[in-house]
Design a protein around this ligand. Structure first.
Ligand SMILES: Cc1cc2nc3c(=O)[nH]c(=O)nc-3n(C[C@H](O)[C@H](O)[C@H](O)COP(=O)(O)OP(=O)(O)OC[C@H]3O[C@@H](n4cnc5c(N)ncnc54)[C@H](O)[C@@H]3O)c2cc1C
Length: 355
């Protein structure tokens, strides 16, 4: 088996970035992706009005230097999150919200023009669509004499000299079988490694006009009192589409979509008046219902628990299996920046020079 044949599991930001870097070093890379699409926890939805809405990763800021450098390398523009105007903080359901303004001196967050999926599209183009096999859910990995045998849910097997997993570590050990088994210590660690945002619920309400801006609201809301816990203006950079978007209370995953939507619209009309009811569409994504991201934990984990643990730098199955993905990065694990850092750390472990 050629030492340059690598299989990457997962076509999220980590998997695509790892492929991009390893191809540059002369490796032959195949990505196996269980879903019908690339992107993983990055998913930009385009609504009827043309508004692009992030159901997954959205924001980054200046400390995320590896991500910013990649966007600059690819000429992908980004812009500041809109925060001008009155922001709201609901402490209790029976008192009016507190009003405040976010100072221009605050460290801004940025969004990608056209949506975070622009970065995924560019990486897919760079890596080559022919090297990304979608609808390929890896179910087991077996160590053979000098290579690894990878089996997918449809029973297809393939061989690789090295395998890089980019699944969140917890999902990896809960959903892929290994022969021989992985060391107990890494299994235990992975079961206690939190998958960032795995339990979250994202929502977006699409509008024909940004009525909140006209009424001098920023669209920013923090609430301890109702279903929407955090919300921001989600208008597009070119003002082609308008939306309010944020996170719902994760506990409401047990409700139906209609029940959540009703509560969201009630909260928005209470805060912004009846204009809020003139929405074009309501969108949501319950990430804990996504089996390619989330697997229930055996015990309660704190956000980012064990993210970036140094034991993820070990190599398994006699130097053939690498455990990567954002949650393993030594800097900013769990975030898009972490995905890029993790990919760079993996690429650095492959010593072959650029051809
Ligand atoms: C709601 C939400 C909001 C977020 N907001 C932000 C934000 O604002 N800023 C930020 O920086 N980050 C944010 N994040 C985190 C960010 O999305 C992740 O850090 C990043 O996308 C992780 O990329 P990854 O490639 O490491 O993992 P993933 O994106 O999880 O990729 C793993 C891939 O593996 C695939 N897969 C799973 N099982 C198998 C299998 N058995 N076989 C083959 N393929 C498999 C999955 O389908 C997926 O494509 C957010 C995440 C979510 C969910």
């Amino acid at each position: 088996m050629s030492e340059t044949k690598i299989t990457i599991i997962g076509a999220g930001l980590s998997g695509l970035m790892s492929a991009y870097l390893l191809q540059k070093k002369g490796y032959e890379v195949t990505i196996l992706e269980a879903d019908t699409r690339s992107g993983g926890r990055i998913e930009t939805l385009t609504g009827a009005t043309g508004a692009t809405m992030e159901m997954g990763a959205t924001w980054f800021s200046k400390p995320h230097q590896n991500l910013i450098a990649l966007l600059e390398e690819f000429n992908i523009p980004y812009f500041k999150q809109h925060t001008q105007g009155i922001s709201l903080f609901e402490t209790m359901s029976f008192v009016p919200p507190q009003k405040f303004e976010i100072s221009d001196a605050e460290e801004p967050s940025y969004r990608i023009v056209g949506g975070t999926a622009k970065l995924i599209e560019k990486l897919v183009q760079e890596v080559g669509i022919q090297n990304i096999i979608t609808n390929s859910k890896v179910t087991s990995i077996k160590e053979m004499d000098g290579y690894l045998e990878i089996t997918t849910a449809d029973g297809i097997t393939s061989k690789a000299s090295k395998v890089i997993s980019t699944l969140p570590p917890h999902l990896l050990v809960q959903t892929i079988g290994f022969e021989p088994q992985l060391p107990e210590s890494i299994e235990k660690l992975a079961k206690k490694t939190h998958t960032w945002m795995g339990e979250s619920i994202k929502f977006s309400v699409e509008y024909a006009t940004p009525f909140w801006r006209t009424n001098n609201y920023s669209g920013t809301l923090f609430s301890q009192a109702s279903i929407i816990q955090e919300m921001y203006d989600h208008s597009t950079f070119d003002h082609n589409g308008y939306a309010l978007k944020g996170f719902l209370n994760g506990g409401t995953h047990a409700l139906s979509r209609e029940e959540r939507k009703e509560k969201v619209m009630l909260q928005l009309t209470k805060l912004f008046g009846t204009e809020a009811n003139n929405y074009v569409d309501y969108h949501e994504k319950v990430w804990r219902d996504e089996p390619l991201t989330f697997f229930p934990y055996e015990q309660l984990l704190m956000g980012h628990e064990n993210n970036g643990h140094p034991n993820y730098k070990n190599i398994f199955l006699n130097g053939k299996l690498f455990i990567s993905g954002s949650e393993t990065a030594s800097q900013n694990p769990g975030y898009m920046e972490g995905s890029i850092v993790a990919a760079k750390e993996i690429a650095a472990q492959f010593l072959k020079k650029i051809k």
